[in-house]
Design a protein around this ligand. Structure first.
Ligand SMILES: [Zn+2]
Ligand SMILES: [Zn+2]
Length: 131
C-alpha cells in the first residue's frame, strides 16, 4: 500500500511541475510577444511642412506621435513647432502614381486628386488593394 501511495504522490508532483513550467513558459512567451509587437508597430513616419513662407520648417512624426499631438482628429494640419503658427503645417503626401511620384501638401480631409498630375489617388488605392 505504501508503495502505491508513493507513486501517486510522485505523479502529482510531476503534474504540478509541468503546470508550473507551462505557466512560466507562457508568461515569458507573452512577455516577449508584447515586446516584439510594439517594435513591429513602427510604421513609416509622416512628413509635415510648415506652409508659412518665412518658416518652411519640415519635420516627421511617427503615427504614435501624430495621435498624441492631434488625437482622433482627421485634420491633416498641425501647429508648427518652429514658428508656433496654429495649423500652419500640413501633411506632405507622395503621389502613388509611378509616372508622377511628386509630393504635395494635403490641405484638407480626403484629398483625392493629386495636384501635380491631376490623377485620382483614391482610384490608385482601389486598384492596388483589390488583389
Ligand atoms: Zn512654421
Ligand atoms: Zn501625381
Amino acid at each position: 500500500m505504501g508503495f502505491v501511495g508513493d507513486k501517486r504522490d510522485k505523479v502529482k508532483l510531476a503534474a504540478l511541475i509541468v503546470v508550473v513550467i507551462g505557466a512560466v513558459a507562457g508568461l515569458v512567451l507573452s512577455w516577449t510577444n508584447s515586446a516584439n509587437s510594439s517594435s513591429i508597430d513602427e510604421r513609416p513616419d509622416s512628413l509635415y511642412r510648415c506652409t508659412r513662407d518665412e518658416c518652411g520648417y519640415e519635420w516627421s512624426m511617427n503615427n504614435h506621435e501624430v495621435r498624441l499631438a492631434k488625437g482622433p482628429s482627421l485634420d491633416p494640419r498641425m501647429d508648427c513647432p518652429e514658428c508656433k503658427g496654429v495649423k500652419a503645417a500640413t501633411l506632405v503626401k507622395t503621389c502613388p502614381y509611378e509616372d508622377c511620384g511628386k509630393t504635395y501638401l494635403q490641405t484638407g480631409e480626403g484629398v483625392r486628386i493629386c495636384p501635380e498630375c491631376g490623377q485620382d489617388i483614391g482610384e490608385w488605392y482601389r486598384g492596388h488593394s483589390a488583389k
